[in-house]
Design a protein around this ligand. Structure first.
Ligand code: FAD
Length: 336
């Protein structure tokens, strides 16, 4: 994966066979955050490349999103990745927000158009109309910052160490089975090409249920000229209610077999096992087929996604001492 973040070995107790990453969302109320912090620590212990934090449409929970990102940055060795949306944003407003995230030390982003607020069918877009424009804006906000940063040298009063700033990483969304609002077959590939041209260095996919959906999309994207890594997004579905909700949001077709299995299973534990087994099989096939890593939608719970990775054979529980640990700092490689 060409993402300039620290290698995945040193951050936790295990060393995954392929790069892994997770998505969380900020708490919807200012409720106690201990449970979320515990989840973050548990996820950090398996050495993910990054943990991403969603951003509510219209910026409704933007502040809390930054709180979660700050916690990841300050309390773990994992790269925090901030989702940012353009829905309802002006250039000036979005630039301010990006600078706030950069000032907080957040250097990895997922640039998104965003979805309309609940109950509205079309998002109100400010000046920004697409995620490709947001990618450019993040790039520009970073370019406007001083290229070097100063760090005090401990024990030497008044002395500073000058180091080059790390470049930002900008990921974007991709839709193996098409965005629900796409109007022609290749629109999502065209959108991905535009995002790549704007400076994106990684794509993360919407959930899907069949490995062939992903591999066929990657092949079409490569043929069209997309060269950035396309990271598959996997969501363990552990209840009929969650399945209904994600189909509504993503526009994916109903996976009949999974749907029936979840409907007929009477216990919560049994449904969780079904969801874990289905997601683990998907992860296995994706990794065997050459996917550059796996990104798991964690729903703010660690157990299910860790079980998926365990069952898929992705987590290698070798003791840290026996592993090669690459401690190079996360410096830019100049590859953009
Ligand atoms: P763009 O790159 O601007 O567009 C991509 C494609 O969307 C276009 O090719 C087109 O097919 C289609 N499209 C979008 N709108 C229209 C339209 N009005 N008419 C026709 N076609 C259209 N949303 C959030 O609010 N917060 C999040 O944190 C968040 N995280 C996400 C994470 C991932 C990995 C993914 C895959 C999605 C996420 N989303 C999130 C949802 C995303 O904002 C929506 O899917 C949004 O509708 C499109 O965003 P985009 O950045 O892909 O849009």
């Amino acid at each position: 994966m060409s993402f300039d973040v620290p290698p995945f070995a040193p951050t936790g107790a295990v060393s995954p066979r392929v790069p892994i990453s997770f998505e969380l969302y900020p708490p919807r109320t200012p409720a106690p955050v201990e449970a979320l912090h515990e989840t973050i620590q548990k996820l950090a212990s398996v050495s993910p490349r990054f943990i991403s934090v969603t951003y509510g449409a219209g910026g409704s929970v933007g502040g809390r999103s930054l709180d979660v990102l700050r916690y990841i940055r300050e309390q773990t060795a994992v790269e925090p990745l901030a989702h940012l949306t353009c829905v309802g944003s002006t250039y000036a407003g979005a630039s301010r927000l990006i600078r706030e995230f950069l000032d907080a030390g957040i250097l990895s982003f997922l640039a998104l158009r965003g979805d309309p607020p609940l109950g509205e069918s079309e998002p109100f877009l400010g000046d920004l109309e697409s995620s490709a424009q947001l990618v450019q804006l993040i790039d520009r906000a970073q370019a406007e910052r001083a290229p070097y940063q100063e760090r005090p040298i401990p024990g030497v009063p008044g002395a500073v160490q000058v180091t080059p700033r790390r470049k930002v990483n900008i990921a974007v969304a991709a839709y193996p089975n098409g965005h629900p609002r796409s109007t022609y077959r290749n629109q999502d590939i065209d959108a991905l090409l535009a995002k790549q041209a704007a400076g994106a260095t990684l794509a993360i996919t919407q959930l899907f249920f069949h490995p062939d959906d992903y591999f066929a999309f990657v092949e079409r994207a490569r043929r069209a000229g997309v060269t950035i890594p396309i990271l598959p997004g996997i969501m363990p579905i552990t209840s009929p209610a969650r399945l209904r909700r994600v189909l509504e949001l993503s526009g994916e077709e109903l996976p009949a077999e999974l749907s029936i299995a979840l409907e007929v299973e009477p216990t919560t534990e049994g449904r969780t096992e079904i969801g874990v087994a289905q997601a683990a099989a998907l992860v296995r096939e994706l990794v065997d087929g050459g996917a550059p890593g796996v990104h798991l939608y964690a729903f703010n719970q660690h157990r299910t996604v860790l079980d998926v990775l365990e069952e898929a054979g992705v987590l290698d529980a070798a003791p840290p001492a026996s592993r090669h640990v690459d401690r190079r700092p996360a410096v830019p490689t100049g590859r953009r």
